[in-house]
Design a protein around this ligand. Structure first.
Ligand code: PLP
Length: 252
């Protein structure tokens, strides 16, 4: 059996490929419930490690593309939060693809080709064209239904950062820790640094847990461009979201 695979942006082509070949199946990733729940092994492991360290986080941070990475670290803590624990759950995304912070919580397709089932989620519109930023894994127009619902219920929150600020955070992190992070992960690092600096400014102690979702060994060209001052920031405009909302499927 063939398996069609896709990175964000070519998802429709992968679905089409699977739909037009008898011997090919396509398994939707990141946004779907089973994928998010599968990833929660990360948060469960983090909980065990925090326990060993004798700590519990005040803030849990993950970067957010389609949502499974954030879900993985955050969902076990969301369960604690629903049972009364004080913990903030922060999903960090790019300003160029601000699904949680600027998207609308409504029914939409998961792909540009409109072949997936409709999902209630935060969306920038299925006709969203991903900008050419370096955090390629964060350029998806939608979000996991479960993550979206947590955000809509006020149990989790989105935060958006521009790519140059994220690379700056990544370079600081690489110098301090000797680990080169993926551009995607740098969004979580940026959020963690922000929270730490705010705690410092307020003279408070804060336990911050973030998920370093990947290394940047294949992203050296992006670091090169950042260090050469060739990267630009991009803020996805509200008007573009509004224009896309007019093209949403009518439900109910
Ligand atoms: C290193 C890295 N971190 C995070 C993500 C985002 O994952 P998700 O789509 O589950 O939000 C990706 C996606 O490709 C990635 O490559």
């Amino acid at each position: 059996m063939r398996a069609a695979r896709a990175r964000w942006g070519s998802l429709s082509e992968a679905v089409e490929d699977a739909a037009t070949h008898e011997d090919t199946k396509y398994a939707l990733g990141s946004v779907l419930n089973h994928v998010c729940l599968h990833q929660t092994v990360i948060g469960l492991e983090a909980q065990a490690q925090m326990k060993l360290a004798g700590e519990y986080p005040d803030v849990v941070i993950g970067c957010h593309g389609g949502g499974s990475n954030f879900a993985g670290i955050a969902f076990p803590f969301a369960r604690d939060k629903m049972h009364g624990k004080q913990v903030r759950l922060v999903a960090a995304e790019p300003t160029s693809c601000p699904t949680l912070t600027r998207g609308v919580y409504t029914y939409d397709f998961g792909d540009t080709g409109k072949m997936t089932p409709l999902m209630k989620m935060h969306t920038l519109g299925h006709d969203f064209m991903p900008p050419g930023i370096h955090a390629g894994g964060l350029r998806y127009h939608g979000a996991s239904a479960l993550v979206s619902q947590l955000v809509a219920a006020g149990l989790a929150e989105g935060v958006a950062y521009a790519q140059r600020a994220c690379f700056e955070a990544a370079v600081l992190f690489a110098g301090a820790e000797g680990i080169l992070p993926a551009p995607e992960s740098s969004h979580a690092i940026k959020a963690a640094i922000e929270k730490a600096r705010r705690a410092d400014a307020e003279g408070r102690q804060r336990v911050i847990l973030f998920n370093l979702s990947g290394h940047g060994h294949f992203d050296l060209a992006a670091y090169d461009q950042y260090l050469a001052g060739q990267l630009e920031d991009f803020e996805y405009p509200r008007e573009a979201v509004e224009a896309s909302m007019a093209k949403l499927p009518k439900v109910g």
